[in-house]
Design a protein around this ligand. Sequence first.
Ligand SMILES: Nc1ncnc2c1ncn2[C@@H]1O[C@H](COP(=O)(O)OP(=O)(O)OP(=O)(O)O)[C@@H](O)[C@H]1O
Ligand SMILES: [Mg+2]
Length: 448
Amino acid sequence: MQCTILVIDDEKNIREGLGASLQMEGWNVALAENGNKGLERFGKGDIDLVITDLRMPGITGEEVLSKVMAQNPSVPVIILTGHGSIDSAVDAMRNGAYDFLTKPLNLDQLTMIVKRALQGRELAIKHRELQEELNSSKSFESIIGKSSEMQKIFQMVRKAAKSKASVLITGESGVGKELIANALHNLSDRKDNSMIKVHCAALSENLLESELFGHEKGAFTGAVNRTRGRFELANNGTIFLDEIGEIDQNVQIKILRVLQEKKFERVGGEQTLEVDVRVVAATNRNLLEEIKEGRFREDLYYRLNVVHIHVPPLRERKDDIPLMITSFLQEFAKESGKKIEGIDNRTRSALYKYDWPGNIRQLRNCIESAVVMCSGNVITFDDLPPGIVDDSDTNTISIPTGIPMAEAEKILIAENLAINKGNKSKTADILGIGRKTLHRKITEYNIE
Ligand SMILES: Nc1ncnc2c1ncn2[C@@H]1O[C@H](COP(=O)(O)OP(=O)(O)OP(=O)(O)O)[C@@H](O)[C@H]1O
Ligand SMILES: [Mg+2]
């Protein structure tokens, strides 16, 4: 973000000296010789930070502060003051000034304060933007996904929901398969009827069979009553067969029959029952491998796989990470009653780079635990659970082959910026390009 700083001081030397030194740090600078002109300039709306003298003829620094606060409270105001007026500076802090400095000015100290203030403003803006994005249309049936991969899945879900075709959802653990299954039901004409979920892996073969199809009284030891199975309960609705890759051959045949003929018998029963059930199945196994190994029936696979939705792992759709972080942060901050305004850049970048083997479930748990650990109002690296590495000090960048030059350049710039913690002058130096060129490319490639 290229920031513009407004310096208001009636003393020409201070105003111009300050302006020059801020410009050397890479910021845009606007100068004003009195409060009136300063406020006029501020009114244009592009100022990110204000540095104002307190004692000036005409409009005072206090008035400048109160007008700026009224117009845009997210713009930090830094007060400059002579030795004699520290009390007024303290008052100004009470009225919302970000910090104050006494003259003669220590430029290093000023630069540090400005950097910190701008960083805070940038974090707050980023967090707000993500929140706004989240509140707009980027989530679908409470599934967050602005990446093109997820947008394609949403399209498929919308279409598939309207049909009765069986759907097979595949993907690693924690990618959101169950959320997709829920969406398929909720967007279908069956939404007012039941959605019945069966965790196939949790039950032994015999139990699973009676769970799915029900049993007659006395069908086996312990079958004291006739019991309806999940397929019956799901009549006119949807059945979700989770972890379908775990079920036994014997049960596979019976499920195949329901899919083909819509018919089955309860365990120990003779009466044939007919149901109208939409089947959605999920697995994190590779069923084609299972077929090769002789563990899964090929005919059942093709019956289940009329529509196939593969949910890619989070590491292949990193564009979804920032919105997810914001959403989980909002959720857990609310739950714990903490006022958390965002997450610092180093931590955000570590979360972005991490591989997330446990996918969204792991990211969610990570944010939940960070919110618990966080003692301030910004999540920092120390709040993260162990295992998430901060590799901002290592210097290798991996650029996949077969991508366009511009894409490679974007990665190179973004990674170097992250490694240098956002320091643009340093990044420009390392890359051997001018700072202006770097700024242009950052805007062009939309690098955060
Ligand atoms: N796109 C998403 N947006 C928001 N939350 C998500 C998303 N995907 C997954 N989650 C959350 O992550 C967790 C895991 O999701 P889910 O249970 O659907 O995964 P799964 O693929 O069924 O995993 P498993 O194979 O282990 O059963 C849930 O808390 C879910 O709400
Ligand atoms: Mg699941």
